[in-house]
Design a protein around this ligand. Sequence first.
Ligand code: AMP
Length: 439
Amino acid sequence: MSKLIKTVRGMRDFLPEEKAKLDHVINVVRNLFEKYGYDEVSMPIVENFELLAMKAGEDIRKRMFVFEDKGGRTVALRPEMTPSVARLFIDSLMKAVPKPVKLGYIGPCFRYEEPQMGRYREFWQGGFEVFGSPHPEADAEILAIAHDMMTSLGFEKFQLRLGHVGIIRSILKQEGIEEDYQDRIMGMIDADKKTEVFGLLAELDTSEKCMKSLTQLLKIKDEDLKGGLKKAQEIVGDFPNTRKAMKNLHQIVEITEAQGIIGKIQLDLSLARGLEYYTGMIFEIFARKLPIAIGGGGRYDKLVELFGGVPTPAVGFSPGLDRIALAMDKEGLFADLSKRNKVLVVPASEDVYSHAAGVVQELRRQNIPCELELMRRSLKRSLSFASNSNYDYVVIVGKREMEKGEITVKNLKTGEQKTVSIDKAHKEIPNVSRKNTGE
Ligand code: AMP
């Protein structure tokens, strides 16, 4: 007996219904590329390990699928796409195209995680990146896209948690803490390991004032954005080099107010993201029924330069597409997804098998999605198969119809039946497409 081979742990198949759900989310994201002027690009799944590892952060770095290719290169499956899109920008667009360069992408990513609900080893990400603008309007545009995506998908209650790595990093810098240590501290904050944060700060001989300010800052979680900012301002008053970051955050908040999206934003200064490349505003998106983020992003002004490009400010965001589909499922937001009409073309007897294969092709030429009955069931059994399998229409092709160039269209939902000439089929069967872009 041959051995049954299953999917590799953490990898999964998408069955038709799950694939339709993922595609729905992808369609909404693609629609936003167009609506906001982002050109879609595609990058390879395999990249140089060095590129992916440089600023990935400890946690993601150790979860990468790394291997040597047959040419002896150390390569990895991408755990996210920002390094790849930054590389693409440097390679091909940096000098050729005026700024800003706005790019979108969609594709699978890989992280060797412990599989659990909403956490897979292969998962789908989308992304929006703006290269070239250092201004808060660009940050606010990314927030507006995230907001638009959530409402287009049908989420009513959701939260964009907004933070700024510049504030905590400025405090740490003023204390003389090196960037490597700052990265470690940000990683610990991201993993919610506060005891370790303060343990390390104590080892580094950090001042009382700094410890106290950080303790208070990490507690700021405020839906009243301006109130939250005021509190933060009082806490960081003794650290003059936080001024730039605070001003920047104020400006971003002000623009989001003008955009009318402020109601969904919560100020969360304990937010730190695993990736080390962030330099400014950062955010994560949360839906009501999932405890994990369904997307996140922020500003990364140093990455392009670090990868050898001309210094270029950048800001972006990545929605986790399959995690979004899961959150939508939990909120019942997929209810009316399958809008496509299902049509089955059935030959009524053996002598019309070939003719029916011609009819089905003619209907497709009229843009009617349809299928030929491929199991050679009798007419009676075809009809009961079609109604059990949720078809909307059956097109019956018998000898009499064949001779007259006609078909009989039976609407399974109403039971009505009508014989018409083949070239009028599109008048009987409305072409309702399954594509639903959230418009
Ligand atoms: P990150 O690049 O870590 O900020 O991830 C961006 C988004 O990708 C997250 O908010 C998740 O929605 C999604 N994501 C990250 N890791 C996974 C995973 N292992 N499985 C499913 N989705 C993920």
